[in-house]
Write a protein that binds this ligand. Structure first.
Ligand code: BG6
Ligand code: MG
Length: 219
């Protein structure tokens, strides 16, 4: 059975998770809401809108729609000021090797990200040409853990969900892949991403042999 690959972006291809954390932390603190790495974990893979909603819930704050929109824009502005400093050197170890192997062997590849900034980030990293299709936060109405983003990716790639191998660093993303019966690969801490079919600390643990194991795996 032919396989296709779907990559999440933030925390999988590049460590933008630390920039999201910093920008949300600054915003939360300005509102007198405490915000730690633990809370941040729950925001990974979660859309910008839902992230702000959660932070406000944690702080028991009620704000107007206008203020909500202003805060989302402010967070994004700060986030992008970090993103714009990035270059090819920020691609996480082992990612390029994996992408090159998959390209050389003609596997279809898509991006499946909740971020509305995905295209801008791929451009900064010079990675656009690796992806046959990009599905990002601008194209989905239901955020992870809903599998919409990955199902759209499968449709564009022309494969059934069972043929898709998904790389994800968030609990919400692993849940989304599992719900759609895709092969889920957790990138990061196994104690957090234990529900995935496979777990790796990062792409430097993934080589040709590992990729063949993923390709031959039947769910
Ligand atoms: C996900 C991140 O990839 O994208 C989340 O893990 C983030 O932390 C979400 O909130 C939306 O990103 P953006 O760039 O549209 O604010
Ligand atoms: Mg992610």
């Amino acid at each position: 059975m032919t396989k296709a690959f779907i990559f999440d972006l933030d925390g999988v291809i590049v460590d933008t998770a630390k920039f999201h954390f910093l920008a949300w932390k600054n915003l939360a603190e300005a509102l007198d809401i405490s915000f730690s790495e633990e809370e941040n974990e729950q925001l990974k893979g979660v859309s910008r809108f839902n992230s702000l909603q959660k932070i406000l819930e944690w702080g028991h704050k009620n704000i107007s729609k206008e203020e909500f929109n202003r805060l989302m824009a402010k967070k994004n502005e700060e986030y992008l000021s970090f993103v714009d400093q990035m270059s090819k050197d920020d691609i996480l170890p082992g990612v390029l090797e994996t992408l090159n192997y998959l390209k050389e062997n003609n596997y279809p590849i898509a991006l499946g990200s909740a971020s509305k900034n995905a295209r801008r980030i791929l451009n900064k990293l010079g990675l656009n040409s690796y992806f046959d299709h990009i599905v990002d936060g601008n194209e989905v109405s239901k955020a992870k853990p809903d599998p919409e983003v990955f199902l759209k990716g499968c449709k564009l790639l022309g494969v059934a969900p069972q043929q898709a191998i998904v790389f994800e660093d968030s609990q919400a993303g692993i849940k989304a892949a599992n719900t759609a019966h895709m092969i889920s690969v957790g990138i990061g801490d196994k104690s957090v991403l234990g529900e995935a079919d496979f777990n790796f600390e990062g792409f430097s643990e993934i080589n040709e042999k590992t990729l063949k194991t993923l390709i031959n795996f039947k769910k």
